[in-house]
Design a protein around this ligand. Structure first.
Ligand SMILES: [Zn+2]
Length: 317
């Protein structure tokens, strides 16, 4: 019975989209950037990293959404005014900001009231900043893409977030870019120019493979393209390589759309499986439809090993 309902939902998606399998259409992409003001950045570099990202976004005519952890504005017990200026630049330059919780906490191991407290603490500066520029704080992105540990927990979280006026921002082009970002920052700090060049090239090749993977999964499930939502982070890797990444994506036929435009697609109203892992919404829809899809490609082994070793040697956050 459940499968019949799910198949019917997918059929409705086809009908509403007007698309048929194999129908050639321009692909659409929404760029989202998490962990603002900065993750995997040199100390004190938040403003320059974000200005670099904003320059590239403007050059490619991208209407992006940046998701903020306001807890990152406190550095060594001091308010980081450069980090706050970085957020202000996003708003002043016409980009959207969303809430990503104060402390980058996982919903999966918190009660709804605990999570709600962190969500509300995470909008104290962002909401007034948006209002001061005539904008509304509308979007919320779950840290680690953890959206609730059970269907009942997820539904309670959704009710809480909706009650505060938030729209949950899903991700379809999920990826392990943060692994490359960690290794890249280390290479920059060690002034290892060979590693800097190698990791940059591996990053773009990896993203190409992950994007192709998710395109295939989308077609396998829905028989058409959908407006895809890409997850990236505010980091030095993207400050240096976002231009190459967007150029690669545009070469695959993507034009940029806002989160608002992307979410109009009926695919984003398909049933979602609850998952202990932060995974692409495409996989959540596939699992909800009774499928067991393959896992996406992983970063090269040498990158994974360097990341894991670095994490082991790192002081706990
Ligand atoms: Zn995050």
């Amino acid at each position: 019975m459940r499968n019949i309902v799910l198949r019917a939902s997918i059929a409705v998606v086809f009908a509403l989209s007007g698309a048929s399998p194999g129908h050639a259409q321009q692909r659409q992409l929404c760029v989202t950037i998490d962990d603002l003001p900065c993750a995997s950045c040199p100390s004190g570099a938040a403003e320059t990293v974000n200005d670099s990202l904003l320059n590239v976004l403007e050059r490619h005519r991208v209407q992006a959404c940046g998701f903020v952890n306001e807890g990152k504005l406190i550095v060594r017990n001091e308010f980081d005014s450069a980090g706050y200026r970085a957020l202000a630049h996003w708003v002043m330059r016409g980009q959207e900001l969303g809430n990503h919780t104060y402390g980058h906490v996982s919903a999966n191991n918190r009660t709804v009231p605990e999570y709600e407290a962190d969500v509300l603490r995470g909008e104290q500066r962002t909401r007034p900043l948006m209002i001061a520029h005539g904008k509304e704080l509308r979007y919320f992105r779950h840290p680690y893409l953890n959206a609730g540990s059970t269907p009942a927990h997820r539904d309670s979280l959704n009710t809480m977030l909706t009650g505060h006026g938030y729209i949950i921002a899903p991700v379809t082009f999920d990826n392990d870019e943060y692994v490359f970002a960690f290794c890249y920052l280390r290479a920059v700090q060690e002034q290892d120019s060979a590693a800097i060049a190698r990791i940059g090239a591996q990053y773009i090749a990896y993203m190409d493979s992950v994007i192709r993977f998710h395109e295939t999964r989308t077609h396998d499930l829905l028989g058409r393209d959908i407006p895809q939502i890409l997850l990236l982070h505010a980091n030095l890797l993207n400050a240096h390589h976002l231009d190459a990444l967007l150029t690669m994506l545009e070469g695959r036929g993507y034009r940029h759309v806002s989160l608002d435009e992307a979410l109009r697609d009926p695919a984003y109203r398909l049933p979602e499986a609850t998952t202990p892992h932060g995974i692409s919404w495409i996989r959540r829809w596939e699992v909800a439809a009774g499928r067991l899809p393959p896992w996406p490609p992983e970063p090269p082994e040498e990158i994974m090993k360097a990341y894991e070793l670095g994490q082991r040697n790192r002081a706990p956050r």
